[in-house]
Design a protein around this ligand. Structure first.
Ligand code: 5AD
Ligand code: SF4
Length: 481
């Protein structure tokens, strides 16, 4: 409500202020008057729909977009048949791009029927020049395109787009700017993602992220703490700290601080009960972090530790800065400090030049580490990355066979691992009513596994003990303990 009051006080007869975030609040106020006008013409409320592709980082960015759209006076709708539709895109693998082009066709159909409808595209895919060129040429009906670096400018771009009546494109190549204290929404009342840093400096040779999300920038610890304290005051009990490589957090701040030190500060926040984070690069995971996790009462016993490949030869070409032995030693160290920790990972199959022997090394690590779950990906060639220029791209049929072998192994181990907890009582954060059966609730264990159990919706947002009665492979059926 404080924000509401602040926006109402803004004098739109003045020029927009130069400094952020004040400038964006000015444009939020301005957009309000324009949207109110549209409502008058249409005789109804204006609606919006944000469709998010890709990772948690994008999910959090979408919450920022929703916050701004709400502040402007749009009402959220589940359907893409809305007055403002925005796709927050991902480009980490090629098929993500194709999905967006496919869906734009549908949106055009809606737009032809609704004169108020606007379509915006943002996110990682828009950082690619050839994508923007293609949209300008073949998808002229899109109203607004922006990238990953200027999300904070959304209100200003929206005003431009409404006033101009022609496609507005604003994509920045890079930035060192972090704009704090803009409106944002949370999808869940009781948990939230929290950006601690943006960008990536690692340049793994297959990965497009450093090109579309720019260089590493960390938020100031006091801004992170302030945001989490506000969330907790508003009912949040669990936070997920987000960064492409959280283990290098704080290195480039004026007053450097380690990720482990940040975690210790966050641990002190009263009322906060669970802390998660992702993603950890194995090359930067420190002993200090392991020690802080091991003694913490709030940091969940779960670590996502992308392997990518088990072959030391390929890891070198991938530019990962660790080899198979170092990875396995790290896992041993983590397990020695926290025997009950759940480990999950990302693995790529079919990186250029991958031989049967390389692949067997990956299978060997999977069997040795015994992951609680793993995301497995077929290598996707991303133009602009070093790997795209490498010879020996592995034939599709060979990759498919390896991928299926890997998936089978990963799934068998995951099922065996989750069976171990059957019969135990665990603390569970109740997240939602079960989508298929509304007599059941769905919640998450500290190790990130899911359990369904009978209960009423008042429990949503609470952490309660649940007995894991039956293991179904990837999830449990339980009962209140
Ligand atoms: N092809 C396949 N998978 C990729 N990833 C990143 N780039 C590619 C690519 N070009 C995977 C990595 C990363 C996860 C988020 O996506 O495993 O950890
Ligand atoms: Fe991509 Fe590697 Fe950065 Fe992860 S660490 S975002 S895989 S470049």
């Amino acid at each position: 409500m404080q924000i509401e009051h602040f926006i109402n006080q803004i004098d739109l007869t003045l020029d927009p202020p130069a400094e952020e975030p004040l400038r964006q609040y000015y444009f939020i106020a301005k957009a309000r008057t324009l949207v109110a006008q549209m409502e008058k013409e249409a005789g109804r409320k204006m609606t919006f729909c944000v469709n998010t592709f890709g990772c948690q980082m994008n999910a959090r960015d979408s919450e920022k977009l929703c916050g701004i759209l709400n502040a402007i006076g749009y009402q959220e709708s589940e359907s893409e048949d809305a007055d403002f539709v925005i796709y927050n895109t991902c480009t980490v693998r090629e098929n993500a791009n194709n999905k967006v082009y496919g869906r734009l066709g549908y949106l055009h159909g809606y737009k032809k029927k609704n004169p108020h409808m606007m379509i915006a595209l943002c996110g990682c895919m828009m950082q690619e020049e050839k994508v923007v060129a293609k949209i300008k040429q073949s998808y002229r009906f899109v109203d607004l395109i922006f990238g990953t670096h200027n999300i904070f400018k959304f209100a200003e771009l929206l005003v431009q787009s409404i006033e101009n009546n022609k496609m507005v494109v604003d994509v920045w190549e890079n930035t060192d700017q972090i704009v704090e204290q803009l409106p944002n929404e949370r999808k869940f009342r009781f948990k939230s993602g929290v950006n601690i840093m943006f960008g990536c400096n690692n340049f793994c040779s297959y990965c497009i992220v450093p090109y579309v999300r720019g260089r590493e920038r960390s938020r100031e610890p006091r801004e992170i703490i302030r945001e989490i304290e506000n969330f907790v005051a508003d009912g949040v009990v669990e936070v997920m700290l987000l960064g492409q490589n959280v283990n290098s957090y704080g290195k480039n701040l004026d007053q450097p601080i380690t990720f482990a030190q940040l975690l210790e500060q966050i641990e002190q926040i009263e009322g906060l009960e669970r802390i998660r984070f992702m993603t950890s690069h194995p090359k930067d995971l420190s002993d200090e972090l392991i020690a802080v996790m091991a003694k913490s009462k709030k940091i969940c016993r779960h670590l996502h530790l992308p392997l990518q490949s088990g072959s030391s030869r390929l890891l070198k070409i991938m530019n990962r800065h660790y080899d198979k032995e170092q990875y396995l030693t790290l896992v041993e160290k983590i397990r020695a400090a926290m025997p009950d920790i759940a480990l999950t990972t990302d693995i790529i199959v079919g990186f250029p030049g991958e031989t049967e022997e390389d692949f067997e090394e990956t299978m060997d690590v999977v069997r040795k580490v015994r992951y609680d779950s793993a995301f497995t990906f077929i290598y996707s060639k991303r133009t602009g990355t070093p790997a795209a220029k490498m010879e020996d791209q592995v034939p599709e049929d060979v990759v498919k066979v390896r991928f299926d072998r890997l998936l089978k192994e990963v799934q068998e181990i995951a099922a065996e691992k989750s069976a171990v907890l059957t019969g135990q009582i665990q603390d569970v954060l109740v997240e939602s009513v079960n989508h298929q059966d509304d007599s059941l609730l769905t919640g998450r264990l500290g190790n990130n596994s899911v359990v369904h159990f009978p209960g009423s919706r008042e429990l949503i947002g609470q952490i309660i003990p649940v007995r894991l009665d039956e293991c179904k492979g990837f999830y449990y059926i339980g009962s209140r303990a």
